[in-house]
Design a binder for this molecule. Sequence first.
Ligand code: ADP
Ligand code: MG
Length: 156
Amino acid sequence: AAMRHLPYFCRGEVVKGFGRGSKELGIPTANFSEQVVESFPSDISTGIYYGWACVGNGDVHKMVLSVGWNPFYKNIKKSVETHIIHTFKDDFYGEILSIVIIGYIRSEKNFSSLESLILAIQEDIEEAKRQLDLPEHLKLKEDNFFHLPEGKPVNH
Ligand code: ADP
Ligand code: MG
């Protein structure tokens, strides 16, 4: 069920999240606006995915993505957050983030400690890096989707 919609192309504005302190953990997550999240297939599985991401018309980088429940809306709405596997000089709130979601890593889990959460995320990142080096996944990095003129947010 998690794979049915993949690959999934998505583009939209990066907005302020709800300050869960992702950046303090060393794993900032760029949050999509509510509008983008609403356009997602409603039956897409929550959990952790991997794929490619690009800010504005910058370079395309590996990413891990979490689809979860949005605490700000009392967990009735989903949140979609992208951690780009790249070190940026500055924040990019308000910019257009383009992503293609390619594969599913795991479902959402509860962790008994912060250390085990961080460890799991580091493993997700390593898994994403390995997967994205496969030729069939590298292909999508070159997809025209990332080279189109920037403009209106597009979902498809
Ligand atoms: P918020 O709760 O506002 O989402 P985070 O702590 O999750 O705050 O930080 C996310 C922000 O950090 C992004 O919106 C972006 O502007 C910035 N950022 C810097 N580097 C990255 C990165 N590698 N991946 C994702 N976001 C990043
Ligand atoms: Mg965030």
